[in-house]
Design a protein around this ligand. Structure first.
Ligand code: MSP
Length: 499
């Protein structure tokens, strides 16, 4: 089954920060891993360019909204190759093809009777671009996410009949207990639905920066409907002259942060049903990266700059750190000191040293050729079924769990070096056969973990596999003993040098 994975599309009212990089890196791990499995993959990310926050940010800077988005969107686009993110397309919601498709789909929703005219009044957060329900209003009539005062808004709008989807949504969740992962987020979505769904406003009258409503020239679509639809519109124009929708829709995974659960887990499946599309297979809702105990965000100003981290340590170290430090699905703190500690103990010591020692010992004791000896059966139980285990974890988008499985084997190989002490074996000619087995097993174990790490640290893995003379990346090769010995290796510079 083809594999379609998406990230949220990011607002361009501020520069990219580590929070944006985070979801994108996780999605990239899934995409790369599925390619290693030989699946047809389509990986989408992009920018959300309409709506009030953008219009306001442009005004503050004395620019037109279009000028502002044309200035910031390229910075998000440029972040992707820097992070080694292998997205197949980058959607911008100001793309004319996206806008036309949004109009076509929402016209269909209108024609099917899911839209009516009404007046909206309520408490509104201009940063969320969202009206707040009773339970979403924080103390002092403020936004619980941004902490700013809410504004009372009244306007004539078109409404989407979300309430009509109460029963279909309840049925969907009852039939598919893994529709939203992790379980705590599934429960959150279900309880939101059970509270009873109100209709939601689909359009905005006061704003010009958006996709025009085809049946009412005085309104534009509410940015969230325009934005959600990116997941289907992109497939219709990402490749010239080809519509990929029937191949890749429904998406296998939408990855999102917990801040946008309601839109994705409630509005989105309802809108898809109204428009006659299948709902996605699954959504995975991750937590926040915290900095000094608070959510990293532009408005709070506690931003850890991914560009700075990458300049000094490279993208692979950043990718590894984010997914290793914070269990995907939960909140967790990230910091420069935490980063440096993991860089040192896990990347430089556990993995980097294992690679350098293994290659150096093959150089010193066997003239740079992996001995053509059998692999040590002692390591077999440690590696049995590893590729399958990692694949199963990643089928559940458990990117931290899969990485931990791999890392346990990295540590096992380090213990094996100490247990076998090849430098001792080398002193005794009678133990030449044991030394052959030890070196072959280390090289083979190292190769297996590196194939599996490719999704997480692509360029490091490719460098090391090339040095081991076995560049194959397919998941089927991630089996201990799958590749024969007798292969020359090349010395390489430390993978994670001291900084
Ligand atoms: N434009 C909307 C999403 C529309 S999707 C159809 C939006 N954009 S955003 O720029 O605010 O980005 C939100 C997403 O960025 C979050 O859902 C999450 O994926 C990611 N993150 C932003 N800050 C984050 C953290 N501090 N920690 C983890 N992820 C964060 O909402």
């Amino acid at each position: 089954m083809p594999y379609y994975v998406t990230t949220p599309i990011y607002y361009v009212n501020a520069a990219p920060h580590l929070g944006h990089a985070y979801t994108t890196i996780a999605a990239d791990v899934l995409a790369r891993h599925m390619r290693q499995r030989g699946e047809e993959v389509f990986f989408l990310t992009g920018t959300d360019e309409h709506g009030e926050p953008i219009a306001q940010a442009a005004e503050r800077e004395g620019l037109t909204p279009q000028e502002l988005v044309d200035r910031i969107a390229p910075r998000f686009q440029a972040l992707m190759p820097e992070l080694e993110v292998s997205n197949d397309f980058f959607i911008r919601t100001s793309d004319p093809q996206h806008e036309a498709k949004v109009q076509e789909i929402l016209q269909r929703v209108y024609d099917a009777g899911h839209v009516y005219a009404g007046t909206y009044e309520g408490w509104y957060c201009p940063r969320c671009a969202d009206f707040k329900t009773e339970s979403e209003i924080a103390e002092g009539n403020t936004c619980p996410i941004h902490g700013i005062p809410l504004e009372w808004h009244e306007e004539d709008n078109w409404f989407f009949r979300l309430s009509a989807f109460q029963v279909p949504l309840e049925r969907l969740y009852a039939e598919r207990p893994d529709f939203v992962l992790p379980g705590v987020r599934y429960n959150e979505a279900v309880s939101f639905i059970r509270q009873g769904l109100d209709d939601v406003s689909l359009t905005r009258a006061r704003l010009r920066w958006g996709v025009p409503v085809p049946w009412d020239e005085n309104q534009v679509f509410y940015v969230w409907f325009d934005a959600l639809l990116n997941y289907v519109t992109a497939l219709s124009y990402a490749r010239d002259g080809v519509d990929l929708t029937s191949e890749f829709w429904p998406a296998r995974y939408h990855l999102i942060g917990k801040d946008i659960l309601k839109f994705h887990c409630v509005y989105w499946p309802a809108l898809l049903m109204a428009a006659g599309y299948e709902v996605p297979h699954r959504l995975f809702v991750h937590g926040y990266l915290l900095s000094e105990g608070e959510k990293m965000s532009k408005s709070l100003g506690n931003v850890l700059d991914p560009f700075e981290v990458m300049d000094k340590f490279g993208p692979d170290a950043l990718r590894f750190y984010c997914l290793r430090e914070v269990t995907f699905g939960q909140d967790g703190s990230v910091s420069t000191t935490g980063f440096e500690a993991r860089y040192e103990t896990e990347l430089a010591n556990d993995f980097g040293n294992l690679a350098s020692r293994t290659i150096a010992m093959i150089g010193r004791y066997r003239d740079g050729t992996i001995p053509d000896a059998p692999v040590d059966p002692q390591l077999e139980p440690d590696f049995a079924g590893l590729g399958e285990t990692v694949a199963a974890r990643l089928d559940d988008a458990d990117v931290t769990g899969a990485l931990d499985e791999i890392w346990q084997r990295v540590r096992r190989l380090n213990r094996y070096v100490e247990e076998r002490a090849p430098w001792q074996l080398a002193k005794d000619e009678a133990r030449a056969g044991d030394l052959d087995v030890a070196l072959r097993s280390l090289a083979e174990g190292l190769r297996v973990v590196t194939v599996l790490l490719h999704a997480y640290m692509p360029s490091t893995a490719e460098r090391l596999l090339a040095a081991l003379g076995r560049p194959a990346l397919q998941l089927t090769t991630a089996r201990y003993g799958a590749q024969p010995g007798g292969q020359p290796v090349e010395a390489i510079e430390p993978l994670f040098p001291k900084r």
